[in-house]
Design a protein around this ligand. Structure first.
Ligand SMILES: O=C(O)CCC(=O)C(=O)O
Length: 269
């Protein structure tokens, strides 16, 4: 076969992220993508959320609910939202798969997870690599926001650049637990409709929520096609009208003859 005709050769020439976006992700280990969802999409997702979140156990203002992707078409679409797919291909490769998804809701005063993550060398799934112009990641999180997180509101926070740190074990415990503020811990600001992608190789966590409005974040987590963080794979029977592309993205991990998640014709359209 003419190697020029291969999928890899063709997509190598495509721009999935701008040079500046690649620079930012490589530098920081995360990137905020503005205005991924329209105001109408945000309203639709919030209306469904109002109904669904009542089912979850409230843990002192914190709720974690599994599989929002099963909450109907608007949430199913988030699996392969067209504005997000280019980032997934660039960061996880053409055979990326969805690993698991869940929602986080927090009300004022709610506290949760310490700073964690990072490529600690033994967990295996939290990694970031760069070679010859190509970035690749292990488990990678795409968070959609349907409520804003302004400066100081709390929620997602991280230590930019730690996906490449050589001093992971040197982060003080009181910084990890948010008991001591440190200038190198940041809480990225987002608006409703924005999305944020980060590699689990980045040190990250959940700052206490301080805003009057509820935090609403939907975490769709992806792996390269050959790996899985979760012990469980997607049950397609829980979904209606899945597209062939979504079925490929939801397939269990594999290596040999795995289909590309997004067909070349779709990319070139
Ligand atoms: O968005 C957040 O609150 C952080 C989520 C988190 O810690 C994770 O995905 O491992």
């Amino acid at each position: 076969m003419n190697p020029e005709a291969s999928y890899e050769a063709k997509i190598e020439k495509m721009q999935f992220m701008t040079p500046e976006e690649k620079f930012i992700f490589d530098l920081d280990g995360y990137i905020v993508i503005k205005d991924v969802l329209t105001p109408d999409e945000v309203s639709e997702l919030n209306a469904i959320t109002d109904e669904k979140q009542g089912l979850a156990k409230d843990q002192d203002g914190y709720k974690n609910i599994g599989k929002p992707s099963t909450w109907g078409a608007p949430f199913q679409t988030l699996i392969d939202h067209p504005k997000i797919v280019p980032y997934l291909i660039e960061l996880l490769g053409p055979k990326f798969r969805i690993d698991h998804d869940y929602a986080i809701f927090m009300t004022k005063g709610a506290k949760r997870g310490r700073l964690h993550g990072g490529d600690n060398g033994y967990e295996g799934d939290h990694w970031y690599k760069y070679k010859d112009g190509v970035m690749r990641n292990g488990l990678t999180v795409l968070t959609y926001f349907t409520a804003p997180a302004k400066k100081g509101d709390g929620g997602f926070s991280c230590i930019p650049g730690t996906h490449k740190t050589n001093f992971l074990s040197s982060i003080p415990q009181e910084v990890r637990s948010f008991e001591r503020e440190a200038h190198y811990v940041v809480q990225p600001e987002v608006e409703a409709g924005d999305a944020l992608i980060f590699t689990e190789a980045l040190v990250h966590g959940t700052m206490p929520w301080t805003a009057d409005h509820q935090r609403r974040a939907f975490l769709y987590k992806y792996s390269p096609g050959h790996s899985s963080w979760s012990q469980n794979y997607y049950d397609l029977d829980q979904y209606e009208n899945l597209t062939e592309q979504q079925k490929r993205i939801m397939a269990p991990p594999s290596v040999g003859r795995r289909s590309d998640s997004v067909a070349l014709e779709t990319l070139m359209a």
